[in-house]
Design a binder for this molecule. Structure first.
Ligand code: ZN
Length: 245
């Protein structure tokens, strides 16, 4: 049984960020890896990121960008830059990695908790950022604890008995006791953070202790930006990494 799980989301083909996160996780005695989707899209190294996660034995969920790259959904709901990157990803994706993405579940359970990219109401697309989205998500949760990604922002949301919500945005090095209420945890974005902090974000779930540690990790962003520009990916996608947006 895994005791300490590295939970990452939205790696977005950012290999330098993933490598830094995995190295940090190894130093923090992690014995399993969960990836909550959007392994690819936006970034320059989709095949290498998927290979790395598969080598690490990561339990992976399907995200909207993974689904687009694998041809499961079209890019019609994507904005222009995201669509351009999704089409580039689909072109360079190796057949083996495409099949891997096509095999991924939209919802999974592990260590007694639920994993999904968006929300249980809409696993690929819904952002858990509003009270309405939280209400829809918690109504469908079959476990007390769930993990989501998709927003690229670290967050813990608790639901009270009365149906109201309490949330916090944990910072680097913070350990949060999940307590006894229904709770949903977002580890933040590993490969494209959007909370204004450009460092890679991820979390370590101490399953048996009911606690989550949140971390930010410095990585070689310049290398990822170089790879993006050389790949012909939109310049704005490389630039945004520096702003954590
Ligand atoms: Zn994403």
């Amino acid at each position: 049984m895994a005791v300490r799980v590295a939970v990452l989301s939205d790696v977005h083909a950012n290999l330098a960020a993933l490598d830094a996160v995995l190295a940090h996780a190894r130093e923090h005695a992690v014995d399993a890896v969960w990836s909550l989707g959007d392994m690819v899209g936006y970034g320059p190294r989709p095949n290498e990121v998927l290979a790395r996660l598969r080598d690490a034995g990561a339990r992976c969920l399907l995200g909207n960008h993974d689904a687009a790259a694998a041809g499961i959904i079209t890019t019609e709901l994507f904005n222009t830059l995201a669509a351009e990157a999704a089409e580039w990803t689909a072109r360079v994706l190796l057949e083996d990695q495409r099949s891997f993405l096509r095999s991924l579940p939209r919802v999974a359970t592990a260590e007694g908790v639920t994993l999904v990219h968006g929300t249980l109401h809409d696993p690929l697309w819904e952002y858990l950022i509003s009270t309405d989205a939280a209400r829809r998500h918690f109504a469908l949760a079959q476990t007390r604890v769930s993990f989501v990604g998709h927003t690229h922002i670290p967050l813990v949301v608790w639901r009270d008995e009365g149906g109201s919500f309490e949330s916090i945005q944990p910072g680097d090095g913070e350990t949060i006791d999940l307590g006894e209420r229904a709770v949903c945890v977002n580890p933040g974005g590993a490969g494209q953070p959007r909370d204004g902090d450009p460092r890679a974000a991820y979390a370590v779930f101490q399953a048996s202790q009911n606690r989550v540690e949140f971390y930010r990790v410095v990585y070689d962003m310049g290398e990822t930006q170089r790879q993006m520009r050389l790949s012909g990916l939109p310049d704005a996608l490389a630039a945004r990494l520096a702003h954590g947006r």
